[in-house]
Design a binder for this molecule. Structure first.
Ligand code: A2P
Length: 330
Protein backbone atom coordinates (compact mmCIF):
# COMPACT_ATOMS: atom_id res chain seq x y z
CA UNK A 1 0.00 0.00 0.00
CA UNK A 2 1.33 3.40 -0.99
CA UNK A 3 0.27 6.01 1.57
CA UNK A 4 0.47 9.80 1.28
CA UNK A 5 0.09 12.22 4.19
CA UNK A 6 -0.79 15.64 2.79
CA UNK A 7 -0.02 18.41 5.27
CA UNK A 8 2.60 16.21 6.96
CA UNK A 9 4.45 19.21 8.40
CA UNK A 10 1.36 20.59 10.18
CA UNK A 11 -0.10 20.03 13.64
CA UNK A 12 -2.68 17.47 12.50
CA UNK A 13 -0.21 15.97 9.99
CA UNK A 14 2.22 15.29 12.85
CA UNK A 15 -0.53 13.52 14.78
CA UNK A 16 -1.44 11.53 11.64
CA UNK A 17 2.09 10.14 11.55
CA UNK A 18 2.01 9.26 15.26
CA UNK A 19 -1.32 7.49 14.82
CA UNK A 20 -0.18 5.62 11.68
CA UNK A 21 2.64 4.24 13.82
CA UNK A 22 0.50 3.57 16.93
CA UNK A 23 -2.38 1.89 15.10
CA UNK A 24 0.11 0.09 12.84
CA UNK A 25 -1.47 1.08 9.54
CA UNK A 26 0.71 -1.06 7.27
CA UNK A 27 2.23 0.68 4.25
CA UNK A 28 4.90 -0.30 1.74
CA UNK A 29 5.71 3.23 0.65
CA UNK A 30 5.10 6.58 2.33
CA UNK A 31 4.92 10.05 0.78
CA UNK A 32 5.12 13.06 3.06
CA UNK A 33 3.50 15.99 1.27
CA UNK A 34 3.39 19.71 2.10
CA UNK A 35 3.52 23.09 0.40
CA UNK A 36 6.31 24.14 -1.97
CA UNK A 37 7.86 25.97 1.03
CA UNK A 38 8.58 22.65 2.73
CA UNK A 39 9.37 20.52 -0.33
CA UNK A 40 12.88 19.05 -0.16
CA UNK A 41 13.02 19.16 3.65
CA UNK A 42 13.91 15.96 5.47
CA UNK A 43 11.53 14.41 8.00
CA UNK A 44 12.20 11.45 10.27
CA UNK A 45 9.50 8.83 10.73
CA UNK A 46 9.79 5.37 12.30
CA UNK A 47 13.56 5.47 12.03
CA UNK A 48 13.61 6.46 8.35
CA UNK A 49 14.32 9.78 6.69
CA UNK A 50 11.83 11.09 4.12
CA UNK A 51 12.09 14.01 1.71
CA UNK A 52 8.96 16.17 1.76
CA UNK A 53 7.37 16.30 -1.70
CA UNK A 54 4.90 18.63 -3.43
CA UNK A 55 1.32 17.79 -4.33
CA UNK A 56 2.29 17.49 -8.01
CA UNK A 57 4.99 14.94 -7.18
CA UNK A 58 2.60 13.03 -4.94
CA UNK A 59 -0.07 12.70 -7.67
CA UNK A 60 2.58 11.49 -10.11
CA UNK A 61 3.58 8.80 -7.60
CA UNK A 62 -0.04 7.49 -7.65
CA UNK A 63 -0.63 6.67 -3.99
CA UNK A 64 -3.36 4.19 -2.99
CA UNK A 65 -4.56 6.30 -0.06
CA UNK A 66 -3.91 9.98 0.67
CA UNK A 67 -4.89 11.47 4.01
CA UNK A 68 -5.30 15.22 3.60
CA UNK A 69 -4.99 17.83 6.32
CA UNK A 70 -3.77 20.89 4.49
CA UNK A 71 -6.81 23.16 4.54
CA UNK A 72 -10.04 23.36 2.56
CA UNK A 73 -8.76 25.08 -0.57
CA UNK A 74 -5.94 22.55 -1.01
CA UNK A 75 -8.48 19.74 -0.66
CA UNK A 76 -10.95 21.26 -3.10
CA UNK A 77 -8.27 21.67 -5.74
CA UNK A 78 -6.22 18.52 -5.18
CA UNK A 79 -8.48 15.75 -3.88
CA UNK A 80 -10.09 15.28 -7.34
CA UNK A 81 -6.64 15.07 -8.95
CA UNK A 82 -5.65 12.27 -6.56
CA UNK A 83 -9.02 10.54 -7.07
CA UNK A 84 -8.49 10.69 -10.85
CA UNK A 85 -5.38 8.52 -10.57
CA UNK A 86 -7.34 5.95 -8.52
CA UNK A 87 -6.28 7.15 -5.08
CA UNK A 88 -8.67 7.15 -2.09
CA UNK A 89 -8.60 10.56 -0.40
CA UNK A 90 -9.53 10.79 3.27
CA UNK A 91 -10.01 14.50 3.75
CA UNK A 92 -9.85 16.19 7.13
CA UNK A 93 -11.01 19.63 5.91
CA UNK A 94 -14.60 20.81 5.69
CA UNK A 95 -14.39 21.04 1.88
CA UNK A 96 -16.38 17.88 1.01
CA UNK A 97 -18.31 17.14 4.17
CA UNK A 98 -21.71 18.42 3.11
CA UNK A 99 -21.37 17.41 -0.56
CA UNK A 100 -24.26 14.95 -1.03
CA UNK A 101 -22.10 12.77 -3.28
CA UNK A 102 -19.44 12.31 -0.56
CA UNK A 103 -19.70 10.19 2.59
CA UNK A 104 -18.98 11.66 6.00
CA UNK A 105 -17.50 8.86 8.04
CA UNK A 106 -16.95 7.94 11.67
CA UNK A 107 -15.79 4.34 11.18
CA UNK A 108 -17.52 2.91 14.27
CA UNK A 109 -20.82 4.34 13.01
CA UNK A 110 -20.96 4.22 9.22
CA UNK A 111 -17.78 2.90 7.57
CA UNK A 112 -19.81 -0.08 6.32
CA UNK A 113 -21.53 2.30 3.87
CA UNK A 114 -18.27 2.89 1.99
CA UNK A 115 -17.76 1.29 -1.42
CA UNK A 116 -14.74 1.07 -3.72
CA UNK A 117 -16.23 3.97 -5.70
CA UNK A 118 -16.02 6.41 -2.76
CA UNK A 119 -12.74 7.94 -3.80
CA UNK A 120 -13.11 11.13 -1.74
CA UNK A 121 -14.19 10.47 1.85
CA UNK A 122 -14.80 13.27 4.33
CA UNK A 123 -13.59 13.20 7.94
CA UNK A 124 -16.10 15.09 10.11
CA UNK A 125 -15.42 18.11 12.29
CA UNK A 126 -13.58 17.32 15.53
CA UNK A 127 -16.41 18.43 17.84
CA UNK A 128 -18.96 16.44 15.86
CA UNK A 129 -16.95 13.19 15.86
CA UNK A 130 -16.66 12.90 19.63
CA UNK A 131 -20.32 13.78 20.19
CA UNK A 132 -21.80 11.35 17.66
CA UNK A 133 -19.52 8.53 18.81
CA UNK A 134 -20.57 9.07 22.44
CA UNK A 135 -24.22 9.01 21.39
CA UNK A 136 -24.31 6.29 18.74
CA UNK A 137 -25.36 3.30 20.89
CA UNK A 138 -27.82 5.45 22.83
CA UNK A 139 -29.36 6.56 19.55
CA UNK A 140 -29.71 2.97 18.37
CA UNK A 141 -31.46 2.02 21.61
CA UNK A 142 -33.67 5.03 22.41
CA UNK A 143 -33.77 7.22 19.27
CA UNK A 144 -32.70 10.88 19.51
CA UNK A 145 -35.21 13.72 19.38
CA UNK A 146 -32.99 16.70 20.21
CA UNK A 147 -29.42 17.56 21.20
CA UNK A 148 -28.31 20.75 22.95
CA UNK A 149 -24.52 20.95 23.01
CA UNK A 150 -22.05 23.51 24.37
CA UNK A 151 -18.35 23.05 23.71
CA UNK A 152 -15.14 24.02 25.48
CA UNK A 153 -12.56 23.70 22.73
CA UNK A 154 -8.79 23.46 22.80
CA UNK A 155 -6.60 26.04 21.06
CA UNK A 156 -4.89 23.18 19.19
CA UNK A 157 -8.00 23.06 16.99
CA UNK A 158 -6.93 26.35 15.40
CA UNK A 159 -3.43 25.11 14.46
CA UNK A 160 0.05 26.08 15.51
CA UNK A 161 -0.49 29.83 15.35
CA UNK A 162 -3.15 29.63 18.06
CA UNK A 163 -0.95 27.57 20.38
CA UNK A 164 1.84 30.11 19.82
CA UNK A 165 -0.52 33.00 20.66
CA UNK A 166 -1.53 31.42 23.96
CA UNK A 167 2.03 30.51 24.92
CA UNK A 168 3.33 34.00 24.06
CA UNK A 169 0.60 35.54 26.21
CA UNK A 170 1.54 33.23 29.07
CA UNK A 171 5.20 34.20 28.70
CA UNK A 172 4.27 37.91 28.78
CA UNK A 173 5.45 38.42 25.20
CA UNK A 174 3.65 40.28 22.42
CA UNK A 175 1.79 37.54 20.57
CA UNK A 176 1.24 37.10 16.86
CA UNK A 177 -2.56 37.08 17.04
CA UNK A 178 -4.52 34.12 15.71
CA UNK A 179 -7.78 35.05 17.47
CA UNK A 180 -9.48 38.47 17.49
CA UNK A 181 -8.92 38.64 21.27
CA UNK A 182 -6.52 37.49 23.94
CA UNK A 183 -7.08 33.76 24.58
CA UNK A 184 -5.16 33.13 27.80
CA UNK A 185 -7.26 33.89 30.90
CA UNK A 186 -10.21 34.27 28.53
CA UNK A 187 -13.11 32.42 26.88
CA UNK A 188 -14.19 33.16 23.31
CA UNK A 189 -17.78 32.25 22.32
CA UNK A 190 -16.62 32.32 18.74
CA UNK A 191 -15.19 29.48 16.62
CA UNK A 192 -14.88 29.94 12.86
CA UNK A 193 -16.88 32.68 11.14
CA UNK A 194 -20.31 34.03 12.03
CA UNK A 195 -23.15 33.17 9.65
CA UNK A 196 -26.24 35.22 8.79
CA UNK A 197 -28.35 33.28 11.32
CA UNK A 198 -26.07 34.36 14.20
CA UNK A 199 -24.47 30.93 14.58
CA UNK A 200 -20.81 30.33 13.82
CA UNK A 201 -19.73 27.98 11.07
CA UNK A 202 -18.42 25.57 13.74
CA UNK A 203 -21.87 25.48 15.35
CA UNK A 204 -23.53 24.84 11.99
CA UNK A 205 -21.02 22.05 11.28
CA UNK A 206 -22.08 20.27 14.48
CA UNK A 207 -25.75 20.67 13.55
CA UNK A 208 -25.54 19.59 9.89
CA UNK A 209 -22.84 16.93 10.18
CA UNK A 210 -24.66 15.13 13.02
CA UNK A 211 -27.77 14.72 10.84
CA UNK A 212 -25.66 13.50 7.92
CA UNK A 213 -23.61 10.95 9.92
CA UNK A 214 -26.74 9.54 11.57
CA UNK A 215 -28.62 9.74 8.21
CA UNK A 216 -31.49 11.38 10.05
CA UNK A 217 -32.69 14.90 9.28
CA UNK A 218 -35.34 14.68 11.99
CA UNK A 219 -32.78 15.00 14.82
CA UNK A 220 -32.94 18.54 16.20
CA UNK A 221 -29.51 19.90 17.14
CA UNK A 222 -28.48 23.25 18.56
CA UNK A 223 -24.91 24.20 19.49
CA UNK A 224 -22.80 26.88 21.14
CA UNK A 225 -19.10 26.43 20.42
CA UNK A 226 -16.53 28.09 22.64
CA UNK A 227 -12.73 28.37 22.61
CA UNK A 228 -10.98 28.05 25.96
CA UNK A 229 -7.27 28.35 26.82
CA UNK A 230 -6.53 24.64 27.06
CA UNK A 231 -4.48 22.21 24.98
CA UNK A 232 -5.31 18.53 25.47
CA UNK A 233 -8.72 18.22 23.88
CA UNK A 234 -12.25 19.44 23.39
CA UNK A 235 -14.88 19.11 26.12
CA UNK A 236 -18.62 19.10 25.54
CA UNK A 237 -21.68 19.45 27.70
CA UNK A 238 -24.32 17.39 25.88
CA UNK A 239 -28.02 17.46 26.75
CA UNK A 240 -29.85 14.81 24.77
CA UNK A 241 -33.57 14.15 24.62
CA UNK A 242 -34.47 10.63 23.54
CA UNK A 243 -37.67 9.36 21.95
CA UNK A 244 -37.94 6.72 24.66
CA UNK A 245 -37.13 6.64 28.34
CA UNK A 246 -33.90 5.13 29.63
CA UNK A 247 -32.32 3.89 32.83
CA UNK A 248 -28.96 5.30 33.86
CA UNK A 249 -27.69 1.75 34.43
CA UNK A 250 -28.46 0.82 30.83
CA UNK A 251 -26.99 4.08 29.50
CA UNK A 252 -23.79 3.27 31.37
CA UNK A 253 -23.72 -0.21 29.89
CA UNK A 254 -24.35 1.07 26.35
CA UNK A 255 -21.54 3.61 26.66
CA UNK A 256 -19.18 0.98 28.06
CA UNK A 257 -20.00 -1.18 25.05
CA UNK A 258 -19.41 1.54 22.46
CA UNK A 259 -16.13 0.83 20.60
CA UNK A 260 -13.73 3.74 20.99
CA UNK A 261 -15.55 5.20 24.01
CA UNK A 262 -14.39 5.01 27.64
CA UNK A 263 -16.74 5.63 30.57
CA UNK A 264 -15.11 7.76 33.28
CA UNK A 265 -17.94 8.39 35.67
CA UNK A 266 -17.22 8.20 39.38
CA UNK A 267 -17.91 11.71 40.65
CA UNK A 268 -17.70 10.64 44.32
CA UNK A 269 -14.01 10.00 43.68
CA UNK A 270 -13.60 13.06 41.44
CA UNK A 271 -13.44 10.89 38.33
CA UNK A 272 -14.78 12.51 35.17
CA UNK A 273 -13.28 13.22 31.74
CA UNK A 274 -10.76 16.05 31.45
CA UNK A 275 -8.56 17.28 28.57
CA UNK A 276 -5.39 16.63 30.59
CA UNK A 277 -6.22 12.92 30.67
CA UNK A 278 -7.62 12.70 27.14
CA UNK A 279 -4.48 14.23 25.64
CA UNK A 280 -2.70 11.88 23.19
CA UNK A 281 -5.41 9.24 23.60
CA UNK A 282 -7.41 7.84 20.69
CA UNK A 283 -10.62 7.25 22.66
CA UNK A 284 -13.59 9.47 23.52
CA UNK A 285 -14.23 9.83 27.26
CA UNK A 286 -17.71 10.18 28.76
CA UNK A 287 -18.86 10.96 32.28
CA UNK A 288 -21.12 13.07 34.54
CA UNK A 289 -24.07 10.94 33.39
CA UNK A 290 -27.25 12.20 35.00
CA UNK A 291 -30.91 12.54 34.25
CA UNK A 292 -32.09 16.00 33.19
CA UNK A 293 -34.78 16.34 35.82
CA UNK A 294 -36.39 19.30 34.06
CA UNK A 295 -37.95 17.21 31.30
CA UNK A 296 -38.72 13.55 30.44
CA UNK A 297 -36.40 11.16 28.52
CA UNK A 298 -33.46 13.55 28.75
CA UNK A 299 -29.86 12.90 29.74
CA UNK A 300 -26.92 15.18 30.56
CA UNK A 301 -23.38 14.04 29.84
CA UNK A 302 -19.86 15.41 29.66
CA UNK A 303 -17.65 14.26 26.79
CA UNK A 304 -13.92 14.88 26.21
CA UNK A 305 -11.58 13.78 23.40
CA UNK A 306 -8.24 14.84 21.99
CA UNK A 307 -9.38 16.90 19.01
CA UNK A 308 -6.17 16.18 17.10
CA UNK A 309 -6.64 12.41 17.68
CA UNK A 310 -10.18 10.99 17.42
CA UNK A 311 -11.29 14.45 16.28
CA UNK A 312 -8.91 14.36 13.31
CA UNK A 313 -5.92 12.03 12.85
CA UNK A 314 -7.22 8.89 14.55
CA UNK A 315 -10.55 8.99 12.73
CA UNK A 316 -8.81 9.53 9.37
CA UNK A 317 -6.31 6.70 9.93
CA UNK A 318 -9.16 4.40 11.00
CA UNK A 319 -10.96 5.19 7.72
CA UNK A 320 -7.76 4.32 5.83
CA UNK A 321 -7.51 1.06 7.78
CA UNK A 322 -11.11 0.28 6.87
CA UNK A 323 -10.32 0.75 3.16
CA UNK A 324 -7.53 -1.79 3.50
CA UNK A 325 -9.61 -4.24 5.60
CA UNK A 326 -12.52 -3.99 3.15
CA UNK A 327 -10.18 -5.07 0.35
CA UNK A 328 -10.50 -1.81 -1.62
CA UNK A 329 -6.74 -1.32 -1.42
CA UNK A 330 -4.10 -4.02 -1.28
P1 A2P B 1 3.73 23.80 5.07
O1 A2P B 1 4.29 23.39 6.40
O2 A2P B 1 4.67 23.56 3.95
O3 A2P B 1 3.11 25.17 5.08
P2 A2P B 1 -1.35 23.57 10.22
O4 A2P B 1 -2.80 23.17 10.21
O5 A2P B 1 -0.63 23.12 11.45
O6 A2P B 1 -1.17 25.02 9.94
O7 A2P B 1 -0.67 22.76 8.96
C1 A2P B 1 -1.09 22.92 7.63
C2 A2P B 1 -0.41 21.87 6.76
O8 A2P B 1 -0.89 22.01 5.42
C3 A2P B 1 1.10 22.02 6.66
O9 A2P B 1 1.67 20.75 6.49
C4 A2P B 1 1.25 22.86 5.41
O10 A2P B 1 2.51 22.75 4.77
C5 A2P B 1 0.19 22.26 4.54
N1 A2P B 1 -0.24 23.20 3.49
C6 A2P B 1 -0.76 24.44 3.65
N2 A2P B 1 -1.03 24.99 2.44
C7 A2P B 1 -0.65 24.09 1.50
C8 A2P B 1 -0.67 24.07 0.08
N3 A2P B 1 -1.13 25.08 -0.63
N4 A2P B 1 -0.18 22.96 -0.54
C9 A2P B 1 0.28 21.90 0.18
N5 A2P B 1 0.32 21.87 1.52
C10 A2P B 1 -0.15 22.94 2.18
Amino acid sequence: MKLAIVGATGLVGGQMLKVVEELQLAFDELLLVASARSAGKQMEFMGKSYTVVTLEQAVEARPDIAIFSAGGSTSLKWAPKFAEVGCFVVDNSSAWRMDPSKKLVVPEINASELTADDKIIANPNCSTIQMVLALTKLRERYGIKRIVVSTYQSVTGSGKKAVDQMMSERAGETPDMCYPHKIDMNVLPHIDVFQENGYTKEEMKMILETKKIFSDDSIAVTATTVRIPTMGGHSESINVEFNEDFTLAEVRELIENTPGVVLEDDPQNNVYPMPLNAHNRNEVFVGRLRRDESQPNTLNMWCVADNLRKGAATNAVQIAQHLVDAGFVS
